[in-house]
Design a protein around this ligand. Structure first.
Ligand SMILES: Cc1cc2nc3c(=O)[nH]c(=O)nc-3n(C[C@H](O)[C@H](O)[C@H](O)COP(=O)(O)O)c2cc1C
Length: 244
């Protein structure tokens, strides 16, 4: 796999971590290197939803975490756990299902600590970065990005992507929405971000969770202008749906 261009992917503490992992897999399969940042609440939700632990220690033990502040965690255990969760929860084309091919995914992403503001992706000078997606995006992260807080690497990277006029796709997950959420979404949209709520369609008759996740992943790739055939597109009444 080549690594010429890259995307930033942030997984924050909203429900739907599986969507983030699916996008990680898809970006790698499209030969993009991924700068993955998972917020601390993002790891909490990943633990609840996918049994992923951040490394070999209990992430809730703050004392241990502060002793472990290695900015570029590239944390082998956490990366391995993320890959294992992808393997367990998402479907693969038969041609990439071999262990050797799957192991190569490991080299295609780095896991960055949200506190690592010295990362190169905190600067607009990182020319290889094509864009960024926040999947899932909590209302907290959405608010802080909309206000330009830039207090952690997720918020700063999003700020940089917007100022460099690159594509920022934000995938909020909350229901119902209050006026603060809605105003923040409008504000981000007005600043050039794509707001892509994690709301799947059902016209393609999904049968598995993977089908539902693929629909959203395909729409995110569309928004990043990455060609894909991950999901079945609506082809109109003269298309194949008519024949079903
Ligand atoms: C199991 C679980 C599920 C959550 N789901 C959501 C959610 O769907 N949307 C949301 O905005 N916040 C959700 N939260 C709350 C966020 O994790 C919390 O607001 C956190 O501060 C967000 O931080 P972050 O944006 O830095 O990741 C959830 C929390 C937990 C523990």
């Amino acid at each position: 796999m080549t690594k010429k261009y890259s995307y930033i992917l942030a997984i924050t503490g909203a429900s739907g971590a599986i969507y983030g992992l699916s996008l990680l897999k898809a970006l790698i399969e499209h030969s993009y290197f991924v700068h993955l940042i998972v917020s601390e609440p993002g790891f909490t939700v990943m633990k609840e939803e996918l049994d992923i632990f951040k490394g070999g220690y209990n992430y809730k033990d703050k004392a241990k975490i502060s002793n472990n502040v290695n900015p570029e965690i590239s944390n082998f255990d956490a990366k391995q756990e993320i890959l294992n969760a992808i393997k367990l929860n998402l479907t693969f084309n038969s041609n990439i299902a071999s262990d050797a091919a799957f192991n190569s995914y490991f080299e295609m992403f780095e896991l960055l600590d949200e506190k690592f503001l010295e990362s190169k992706i905190a600067s607009g000078s990182a020319k290889e970065v094509k864009g960024m997606a926040v999947v899932p995006c909590s209302m907290g992260s959405l608010a802080r990005i909309a206000c330009g807080i830039s207090g952690n690497l997720i918020e700063r990277a999003a700020d940089v992507v917007l100022k460099e006029k690159k594509r920022l796709v934000v995938c909020p997950r909350e229901t119902p929405l209050n006026d603060i959420h809605l105003k923040n979404m409008l504000s981000l949209y007005s600043s050039g971000a794509v707001i892509l709520p994690l709301i799947p369609g059902f016209y393609n008759k999904p049968k598995t969770i993977s089908d539902i996740v693929d629909f959203i992943t395909g729409r995110i790739l569309d928004s990043l202008s990455i060609e894909n055939d991950i999901y079945e597109r609506w082809e109109g009444y003269n298309g194949k749906y008519n024949e079903k």
